[in-house]
Design a protein around this ligand. Structure first.
Ligand code: MTE
Length: 322
């Protein structure tokens, strides 16, 4: 058994929904204490825990200097205009169809080219880490954009704990596949489960996070509860939701949109105003939330994060590797 699993296995902290808040907070304190004791050698003293009550504020969230200073979109914009094909293909389907989804208990499987593989419950996975608020620009491949105050953990911190081998060149991710809980999976609109992937360098980049919340609260189901990927310099479809599996691999992994339409969606999917989608331009974007006639603004290379990430791609032809 790895990490603090031995210590935490009997602490069922996932029942915060049916527990009064005061009792739940005590339990949270217990977890924090146990986690701190067990993690004292390997990890920093602070720890993150994750309640599961909709609208619950997340405690101990640090503001990150990596946030943009642009004002975020409203909570309503961010949680009612979504892409989540597991709950329907319309923008307003996820908010309507994901409300019954129960994202607890939740476990993540870590497999492949790493020393610390296995199945971890979400709390074990999250709790050694400090949560950070990251306000990021978000650019969808459909040429609209938002600014979103995510709460999450640098993916690099999580990856380091699992000790990938030198053969791990890529990280692959999978969403839960359960048509009984995700009704959109009864349709063949995509090949399920939804899959995504990053190079190990992209996954380790300080801007890349696993998000567990937004606007300081637990992540709403329609935004990918309980845990999803955010890579702010890439088109939004890379941000895979409701992740159950993380796999370290030597081979470039298959990705859902590339399987579905390889000419339109490549593996890299870096925001690039100079390379059009075959059916529309990527030079401009509609900033959601700026009124009925939402203003169109110029799309920036790497979604405005070029200073931080362009180095990752030096020597790579970004027209061919779109
Ligand atoms: N993840 C899963 N599992 N299923 C999806 O359909 N849609 C992607 C991405 N992650 C999607 C997904 C697309 S196309 C976008 S633009 C973003 O989620 C939207 O994230 P948001 O709804 O939180 O804005």
């Amino acid at each position: 058994m790895t990490y603090r699993k031995k210590i935490l296995k009997d602490i069922k902290i996932l029942s915060s929904e049916i527990t009064p808040r005061s009792a739940y907070l005590n339990r949270r304190e217990l977890l924090r204490t146990s986690a701190a004791a067990a993690a004292a050698v390997a990890f920093p003293a602070s720890s993150a825990t994750l309640p599961n009550q909709r609208g619950t504020k997340l405690d101990g969230v640090n503001k990150s200097p990596l946030s943009t200073d642009t004002a975020p979109n409203s909570y309503e914009d961010i949680t009612s205009y979504n892409n989540f094909y597991e709950f329907g293909t319309g923008k307003d389907d996820p908010v309507r169809n994901a409300q019954e989804f129960e994202p607890r208990p939740w476990s993540l499987e870590i497999t492949g080219e790493a020393e610390e593989t296995g199945t971890f419950n979400l709390e074990d996975f999250i709790s050694p880490h400090t949560l950070e608020e990251r306000i990021y620009r978000f650019r969808c491949v459909e040429a609209w954009s938002m600014v979103i105050p995510w709460v999450g953990i640098p993916l690099a911190d999580i990856i380091k704990r699992h000790k990938p081998l030198s053969s791990a060149k890529y990280v692959a991710f999978e969403t839960l596949h359960d048509p009984s809980r995700m009704p959109g999976q009864r349709s063949r609109v995509l090949q399920w489960p939804y899959r995504e992937g990053l190079t190990i360098a992209e996954a380790m980049h300080p801007l890349t996070i696993l998000a567990v919340g937004l606007y300081g609260e637990v992540l709403p189901n329609q935004n990918g509860a309980p845990i999803r990927l955010i890579v702010p310099w890439k088109y939004g479809f890379k941000g895979i939701k409701s992740i159950v599996k993380i796999h370290f691999t030597e081979q470039q992994p298959e990705t859902s949109w590339n399987i579905s339409a390889a000419r339109e969606y490549g593996f890299y999917a870096n925001v690039n105003p100079a390379v059009s989608h075959p059916r529309w331009s990527q030079a401009r974007e509609r900033a959601i939330g700026t009124g009925l006639f939402a203003s169109r603004i110029d799309t920036l290379p790497f979604n405005g994060y070029a200073d931080q990430v362009a180095d990752l791609y030096s020597g790579l032809d970004l027209r061919r590797n779109f």
